[in-house]
Design a protein around this ligand. Structure first.
Ligand code: GLU
Length: 455
């Protein structure tokens, strides 16, 4: 079921497979074993051509995709990524992760992912609009509020969702909750932009409390990578809870707090980052705007080996952004909690480093995979779908409280499942990667059996 040309998907599959194999799951539930090869083939993949006209009147062409991976628990649900690196391996890994992540939210949503190798960087608003219109001209035939509900991911934010939603509405003459991440006045949910970052921090809050009752983010040093939506709102929530954010980055380099600086990133600095990101500018362009000497800007670098002693690491940029070597440096520097805002942020080698250390020195370190820790984004997407269906809008407080409840329940599910199915002898912190994979798999596999998806 894994094609040799799909390294990212192979990695996501192997991670799931190994954690299931290393647990007592198939001893306790042997009926679910036959589901693994079935669940690992997408129900459907749609691949299409997107032609659009640039500002010079020249015709451009890109590839468009939608991987409709699993619709057991609800309509296919997952974001669209617009980035030049997008290919089928990446979208299959993202769609695969999304199945289990969505199951962990407890909401009625299946798993999917899509996107294009279109690069929004350097494009005008008009070019982005024309691209989105053309992309949706084909995609609109395959999605719908009860079929498949895409959202944003890297390169797809509020502006793109607006153009895509407008195009869908024009092509289908239907106003329906077919996309999430919509604007507030046209069907969006409050807290959706904040949800992935806030949810990540709510999840880590529970990890901190579980590891040491009464402990919190207060005075913790937190390294964050990325500077998009997830990283920005994670940073703001960490600051609100009294933590100190010591790094942020983009694909071109990283800002790391200088050693002698007591104050980490401020909300004002994060607002400046949010503004330049909307214009697709690089972080480096802020070097002269920030207080002289407060940060080191490290061109071409990721933050991990430069942040020194930290308590928490939140990779929130993209897949495979923490290597085995970087993980070893983080461990040597005393990191205690690592939780991914990105999807598959850690390489297999990095996960092995974190998990080996957790077993070697119980209580020392705890790693949470993206499919659990970053589930807040899609969870609030699920809440946006619920509001659209009921034709109501909840307040910020209502959505935030529901988001928090979902993240707490997700954390507890991961912990309890890891304890129930673990074959480990340690009585330290249970493996959240095992807990997340096993809990997500059981829910979807059991559902597939109930629906007679195989015989
Ligand atoms: N792209 C986000 C994720 O990776 C959100 C998906 C959604 O809201 O549907 O979970």
């Amino acid at each position: 079921m894994v094609l040799p040309s799909e390294p990212e998907f192979e990695q996501a599959y192997n991670e799931l497979y190994l954690t299931l194999e290393q647990s007592t799951l198939f001893e306790k539930k042997p009926n679910l074993k036959k589901l693994l090869p079935i669940i690992s083939i997408p129900e459907r993949i749609i691949q299409f051509r997107v032609t659009w006209e640039d500002d010079q009147g020249i015709i451009q062409v890109n590839r468009g995709f939608r991987v409709q991976f699993n619709s057991t628990l609800g309509p296919y649900k997952g974001g669209l990524r617009f980035h030049p690196t997008v290919n089928l391996s990446i979208l299959k890994f993202l769609g695969y992760e999304q199945i289990f992540k969505n199951a962990l939210t407890g909401l009625s949503i299946g798993g999917g992912k899509g996107g294009s190798d279109f690069d929004p960087k350097g494009k005008s608003d008009n070019e982005i609009r024309r691209f989105c219109d053309s992309f949706m001209r084909e995609l609109s035939r395959h999605i719908g509020g009860f079929t498949d509900v895409p959202a944003g991911d890297i390169g797809v934010g509020g502006r793109e969702i607006g153009y895509l939603f407008g195009a869908y509405k024009r092509y289908k003459n239907t106003w329906e909750g077919v996309l999430t991440g919509k604007g507030n006045s046209w069907g969006g949910s409050l807290i959706r932009p904040e949800a992935t970052g806030y949810g990540l921090v709510y999840y880590v809050e529970k990890m901190i409390e579980y590891a040491k009752p009464g402990d919190s983010f207060k005075d913790k040093k937190v390294a964050i990578s990325g500077s998009g939506n997830v990283a920005q709102y994670a940073a703001l929530k960490v600051i609100e809870l009294g933590g100190k954010v010591v790094s942020l980055s983009d694909s071109k380099g990283a800002f790391v707090l200088a050693d002698n600086e007591s104050e980490g990133f401020t909300p004002d600095e994060i607002a400046q980052i949010a503004q330049i990101k909307l214009q697709h500018k690089e972080l480096a362009s802020l070097e002269s705007k920030f207080k002289a000497g407060k940060f080191k800007y490290l061109a071409g670098e990721r933050p991990w080996v430069h942040v020194g002693k930290i308590d928490v690491a939140l990779p929130s940029a993209t897949q495979n952004e923490v290597s085995g070597e970087e993980a070893a440096v983080l461990v040597a520097n005393g990191v205690k909690f690592i939780a991914e805002g990105s999807n598959m942020g850690s390489t297999m080698e990095a996960i092995e480093v974190f998990e080996a250390e957790r077993q070697k020195a119980p209580g020392s370190i705890w790693y949470a995979p993206g499919k659990a820790a970053n589930a807040g984004g899609v969870a609030v997407s699920g809440l946006e779908m619920a509001q659209n269906s009921a034709r109501v809008s909840w307040t910020r407080e209502e959505v935030d409280a529901k988001l928090k409840d979902i993240m707490v329940a997700c954390f507890e599910t991961c912990v309890n499942t890891a304890i129930e199915y673990s074959s480990e002898k340690t009585d330290g912190l249970p493996s959240l990667v095992k807990g997340a994979n096993i809990a997500g798999f059981i829910k979807v596999a059991q559902g597939m059996e109930d629906l007679g998806d195989f015989y």
